[in-house]
Design a protein around this ligand. Structure first.
Ligand code: SF4
Length: 382
């Protein structure tokens, strides 16, 4: 779908238009043509949703009662319901959010570093589950249930802002449940909506979409989204990456790095390369040398993520001194390298820990299982 195409506005299950799935030009045009709103009224609908964070049509400020009633009859304001909030001792909060069809997705609010509780990063989900099968990731164990709509993606940010008004959510990362670039139309639309200056107004430099390496989708994403890109590398040989990230069998490491080198990046832009450190698997001195050679000359910064264990995982987190040595060795190659602080892990809110841990209730006879969507075409994963 052309994102500016209004022939097919996104609808919920009851046939109502998802207002938060529309970019501002789409919403303004839809409100005028479908509701008969004047241009200024259409602007007020947009501002009411994305600036005033109104939860219902009746709470949208500055509209007359008749327009509110027409809006309420034909459109959806809310896209998710709050199920639960878990707070870790470091202030990290995991939000469990329920969709119309009963799925639960997760978003994580991570306070600023060094105790800056007034500023935060929100990590959001793009799918219910994930098809990519990364072996170190809890979400992978769910498989893919379905894509989220752009409205459900944007709603995670709006709900978090509404719930925690004292916290300035300055950064948003698409690193929660799902492979964002597997849900490309919705993710591009969501990044445009989140970065719209007349609405939520996030800086495009502070919105980052992370991918496991879907090369054709990366190229379209960079061309069409204002936001930044992060790519999970996680290994320095195809042999290891094939084992831990099945996507590598379709888009191997060499092709992925070549595609990143060919991207038409904006001036001063860098791709973030994420590297989950797994003890004795990808954290050796030889890995440092191979990684440095792979990315030499690529405008990038490396983000090292010590593995966050979850029940049943087969991997271990390297010792802290090993993580520091890995970082120092990369810096010796003049690579911009940082270590992501582990936040919220005792509440299963850390990187790679999102998703439901299978429990005894899953074995209960008669328990209905959620519907599994077919893996969308074009993805051949083994
Ligand atoms: S790491 Fe990301 S892409 Fe890989 S299975 Fe988990 S959610 Fe999916």
């Amino acid at each position: 779908m052309d994102l500016e195409d209004l022939d097919s506005p996104p609808l919920d299950g009851a046939g109502k238009v998802w207002l938060k799935a529309m970019t501002r030009p789409q919403l303004l045009a839809w409100a005028q043509t479908t509701l008969g709103a004047r241009p200024m009224q259409a602007e007020k609908i947009w501002a009411g949703l994305h600036r005033h964070l109104a939860a219902t049509a009746m709470a949208l400020p500055g509209l007359d009662a008749d327009l509110r009633t027409r809006l309420d009859a034909s459109a959806r304001i809310d896209a998710l319901a709050l199920n639960d909030v878990h707070t870790a001792s470091d202030g990290t909060r995991k939000l469990a959010l329920r969709t119309d069809d009963g799925a639960v997705i997760e978003a994580v609010l991570i306070p600023g570093v060094f105790g800056d509780q007034a500023r935060a990063t929100l990590c959001i989900s793009s799918q219910v589950g994930c098809a990519m099968g990364c072996r170190f990731c809890l979400t992978a164990k769910m498989g893919l249930l379905r894509h989220l709509s752009a409205a459900e993606i944007v709603e995670q940010v709006i709900l978090a802002r509404r719930l925690f008004p004292e916290t300035w959510i300055s950064n948003v990362v698409f690193m929660g449940m799902g492979e964002p670039l597997h849900n490309l139309d919705a993710v591009i639309a969501a990044t445009r909506i989140l970065c719209d200056d007349h609405g939520i107004g996030l800086s495009a430099r502070r919105v980052t979409v992370s991918t496991s390496g879907l090369i054709p989708a990366i190229q379209r994403y960079v061309a069409e989204s204002p936001a930044r890109l992060a790519v999970s590398i996680n290994a320095t040989t195809d042999e290891i990456r094939d084992q831990i990230m099945p996507v590598n069998r379709k888009y191997p490491l060499g092709a992925l790095i070549a595609a990143l080198r060919a991207l038409p990046l904006r001036r001063n832009d860098r791709v973030t390369l994420e590297y989950v450190l797994l003890a004795d698997l990808n954290d050796t001195p030889a890995d440092v040398e191979r990684l440095a050679a792979l990315v030499a000359g690529l405008p990038c910064k490396l983000n090292l993520i010590p593995f966050n264990p979850h029940p049943g995982s087969e991997f271990r987190r390297p010792a802290p001194e090993r993580v520091l040595a890995f970082k120092a060795a990369l810096q010796a190659h003049h690579l911009n390298t940082s270590i992501r602080a582990t936040r919220g892990d005792e509440r299963m809110a850390a990187c790679g820990q999102l998703g439901r841990v299978p429990g005894p209730e899953d074995a209960r006879p008669g328990r209905p299982s959620p519907p599994r969507s077919r893996r969308p075409p074009g993805l051949v994963l083994v």
